[in-house]
Ligand binder design. Structure first.
Ligand SMILES: [Zn+2]
Ligand SMILES: [Zn+2]
Length: 400
């Protein structure tokens, strides 16, 4: 095993030296927010910098024009470790999810690791994963890359996400989406109601039935069911022949998510049967829950701690209630993966908000980004220098 203490010091030093460049990336993305699948300016900027830094770049991987894979190789073959970049923004609130800092940190971590890669065996990948927020044809790009087999020969994957607090290893929720179209028969609502088949009534019954499912929810599986009736008729004197519902179902347990998705489908089928209308159902899995990898989480956490980050104990983070869903969950289902949160804004600052977008460019936000970048870079180096961590991570992955 290589003594990697000095190597990590070089990474820290390099990130400090590159601070202006990393802040420039964050600012450029902040000034030019682009929706998912349309992140062309970000893509140009990020790949140009990685090219200048000497990375080999594949652009437009898996038919996604704004996705990329940048590689830098060590002195001989060995493990492949990846850090993921996101750079899509949101409508109305720009970088309200702070992905400008995710991009800056991933590049910074890769560039930091590059500085010592000649001493190591293996490969560092900086992977550009567009459209995390689900917009456009590259929506959930990580799922597309998982399905395409990209991560099959990758040994470990790490990343960070801006937040209002610090943590390593937080869970996320799996999510599926169900669209339902109820189809009945129009009729005069006063003169001939008996000739109608009311699609809205079926949609309403379905909506109520899904509410009742919550009473029997498994208490430790973080079930969330959220839905709307998006179409419900054209005029009050016509019995509606069409009503449309859309539902999201989430849980931190993959099997349970599947079970509850089926139960929501049954609510639609049952309601349609009761009201004598037809229903078309389109259900699909969006993102998987995170599969936690404790050896990797501990390693990433230790590096945050070493830097003096005010990060919660990892045991606390992994047991915290999962709040949202991400395509990083799908990555964690096929390869040892660990995510982290950096605190850029006061506690209670809402995600997906202008306040969070603005927090990315404050001193607090940029300091947090630099600290997170160092932790990611140090972890990449440690993983290549000490093969035990990757072995432990793989063993843990296979057993759980
Ligand atoms: Zn988001
Ligand atoms: Zn996000």
């Amino acid at each position: 095993m290589i003594d990697y203490k000095n190597l990590k010091a070089v990474v820290m030093d390099t990130v400090d030296k590159k601070r202006d460049l990393l802040e420039e990336i964050a600012q450029y993305l902040y000034d030019n927010p682009e929706l998912g699948s349309e992140e062309f300016l970000a893509f140009e900027k990020l790949t140009e910098i990685l090219e200048e830094e000497g990375f080999d770049i594949e652009k437009g991987v898996y038919d996604m024009p704004t996705a990329f894979v940048a590689r830098i190789k060590g002195k001989s073959s060995g493990p492949k470790v990846a850090v993921l970049a996101e750079y899509d923004a949101l409508p109305g609130v720009g970088h309200g999810c702070g992905h400008n800092l995710i991009a800056a940190s991933a590049l910074g971590a890769g560039i930091g690791a590059k500085e010592v890669i000649h001493e190591l065996s293996g490969e560092v990948l900086v992977v550009g994963t567009p459209a995390e927020e689900g917009h456009g044809p590259s929506a959930g790009s990580k799922v597309i890359m998982v399905k395409g087999g990209f991560f099959d020969d990758v040994d470990a994957v790490i990343m960070l996400h801006p937040s209002s607090g610090w943590g390593v290893g937080n869970q996320s929720l799996g999510i599926s989406r169900i669209d339902m179209t109820f189809k009945g028969q129009t009729s005069h609502a006063a003169a001939s109601p008996h000739r109608g088949k009311n699609a809205l009534n079926a949609a309403t019954l379905c909506y109520m039935a899904t509410h009742m499912l919550r009473q029997e929810a498994k208490r430790d599986a973080n079930l969330v069911i959220h839905g709307i009736i998006s179409e419900g008729g054209l005029a009050n004197n016509i019995i509606p022949d069409k009503a449309v519902c859309e539902f999201g179902v989430r849980s931190s347990e993959e099997d349970y998510l599947e079970e509850m998705t089926e139960k929501v489908v049954r609510c639609a089928e049952g309601a349609a049967y009761a009201l004598g209308v037809e229903v078309e159902i389109d259900k699909r899995k969006l993102y998987s829950a995170k599969k936690l990898n404790i050896p990797l989480i501990k390693t990433l956490w230790k590096n945050y701690k070493e830097l003096g980050a005010p990060v919660d104990d990892w045991e606390e983070s992994i047991s915290r209630m999962p709040m949202a869903s991400t395509d990083f969950g799908d990555v964690s289902q096929v390869v040892p993966a660990a995510g982290s949160y950096i605190g850029i804004a006061p506690e209670g600052t809402p995600g997906h908000s202008v306040q969070l977008a603005d927090a990315t460019m404050t001193d607090e936000g940029l300091d947090a980004m630099i600290m997170g970048t160092k932790a990611l870079g140090m972890t990449l180096v440690e993983l290549l220098a000490d093969p035990n961590v990757i072995d432990d991570a793989r063993e843990y992955f296979n057993k759980n």
